[in-house]
Design a protein around this ligand. Structure first.
Ligand code: 13P
Length: 250
């Protein structure tokens, strides 16, 4: 039985004051979350604040991105080891916003994944298709290509120490959630693809769903066999909504 995991991706949101009040509320309410592990991924500059507020609690934290490079002359970048310095457990790699807006290729995402693991961070690898790709029947092809980039670089065994997040791009921030059946189909496809190479890894790896998950649809999504929790954007910024989603973890 895989433990469920619910991760809040704050994206480029927050302020010192808002983070403080959000995290105080999460700390107060986290006792109501029975099953799921919970984590939050704030913008880099707030990692110090978040680590201080969450130290000693059951809530973990992580980065939203990292550099594929070792520390050095890379202005504006953040190295994996620096995330480790601030107690990060997780780091998101290959979010569709980074792929689309910052030109991150499958190969670059795979390098970032490897760099994260090299310092003991758990990468949360995001995969997912665009609306045109879904309509053209290419969902599985796209997701397989994104997944295989990591498998080709690191071997399937590397997925055992990672989390995968299926986020259909058309469902992100649009209020259009994939139906539980649509999401389950792709999650089963991902697990099946991994199982072709290593059944043990396939059985173990947590696959999260992301894309307009809210308090009122989380339970039906998380109830599906191959959905092991969620990667939550907008709803992770409100303590009540986020806690309701976390409570839906099985
Ligand atoms: P929303 O929950 O706002 O749709 O965002 C999903 C997401 O991109 C999480 O990484």
């Amino acid at each position: 039985m895989r433990q469920s995991l619910v991760v809040g991706n704050w994206k480029m949101n927050g302020s010192v004051q808002k983070n403080q009040s959000l995290l105080e509320s999460l700390k107060q309410g986290i006792g109501s979350v029975q099953q799921a592990e919970v984590a939050v991924c704030p913008p880099f500059v707030y990692l110090q604040q978040v680590s201080e507020l969450l130290k000693g609690t059951v809530i973990a934290w992580g980065g939203q991105n990292l550099s594929q490079q070792a520390p050095g002359a890379f202005t504006g970048e953040v190295a994996a080891s620096m995330l480790g310095d601030f107690g990060c457990k997780y780091v998101i790699v290959g979010h569709s916003e980074r792929r689309a807006l910052y030109g991150e290729s499958d190969e670059l995402v795979a390098e970032k994944f490897a760099k994260a693991q090299s310092v003991g961070l758990i990468p949360i690898l995001c995969v997912g298709e665009l609306l045109e790709q879904r309509e053209a029947g290419e969902t599985e092809k796209v997701v397989k290509r994104q997944l295989d980039a990591v498998i080709n670089l690191q071997g399937v065994g590397a997925l055992a120490k990672s989390v995968i997040a299926y986020e259909p791009v058309w469902a992100i921030g649009t209020g259009k959630t994939a139906t539980p059946a649509q999401a389950q189909d792709v999650h089963a496809f991902i697990r099946g693809r991994i199982a072709e190479l290593d059944t043990g890894v396939a059985e173990k790896v947590q696959i999260l769903y992301g894309g307009s998950v809210k308090g009122n649809n989380a339970a039906e999504l998380f109830a599906m066999t191959d959905i092991d929790g969620g990667l939550i954007g907008g709803a992770s910024l409100k303590a009540d909504d986020f806690l309701t989603i976390c409570q839906a973890g099985k």
